[in-house]
Design a protein around this ligand. Structure first.
Ligand code: CMP
Length: 155
């Protein structure tokens, strides 16, 4: 099964939306494999957002991401990178579809509540940046038997 990295950004933490955000992924049928609160620093943010280096919003983005701790999580499921991105919604929250996290809770393009890995390569990289191997828990989720069919469970 696939794993993806999700961050509840400082605005989500400050607005008391951690539980509501986690609840969306739990209800979807995804498995939570790791969770912790972290204060991001320049060293990690320069790597995390290396693809945005040089963009006009880069400095503000880093300051925003350092403005309070974030909640970092690893979620697992069949093709869950795409599934999670669909739940998150597009970057500009005020244009995000109703029913998505950004569409339901946000208005901003920068303060958009949540980060989710956008590709398998990004997920692997982000997982390595934030988690040690032993922090990612491998356990049986009995609910999986009701969430997936047999072929899907073998993916
Ligand atoms: P995300 O897509 O999670 O990762 C990059 C972040 O940069 C994005 O969320 C926003 O928080 C921020 N971002 C992207 N585009 C802009 C923009 N045009 N202006 C300000 N912030 C942006």
């Amino acid at each position: 099964m696939e794993k993806t990295v999700v961050l509840v950004k400082p605005d989500g933490v400050q607005r008391g939306l951690i539980g509501a955000i986690i609840s969306r992924f739990e209800k979807k049928g995804l498995k939570l494999c790791a969770i912790k609160m972290v204060a991001l620093d320049d060293a990690i943010l320069d790597k995390w957002y290396a693809h945005h280096l040089g963009k006009p919003f880069f400095k503000d983005l880093k300051n925003f991401m350092k403005s309070s701790p974030v909640v970092a999580m690893v979620w697992e499921g069949v093709e869950c990178i795409e599934a999670v991105r669909l739940i998150v919604g597009i970057t500009k929250s005020r244009g995000a579809e109703a029913g998505t996290i950004r569409g339901d809770f946000g208005m901003s393009q920068s303060h958009n509540l949540i980060h989710a890995s956008d590709s398998p390569e990004a997920a692997k990289k982000e997982l390595r940046f934030l988690f040690k191997g032993k922090e990612i828990l491998d356990y049986e989720k009995s609910e999986y038997l009701h969430v997936y069919n047999i072929e899907e469970l073998e993916k």
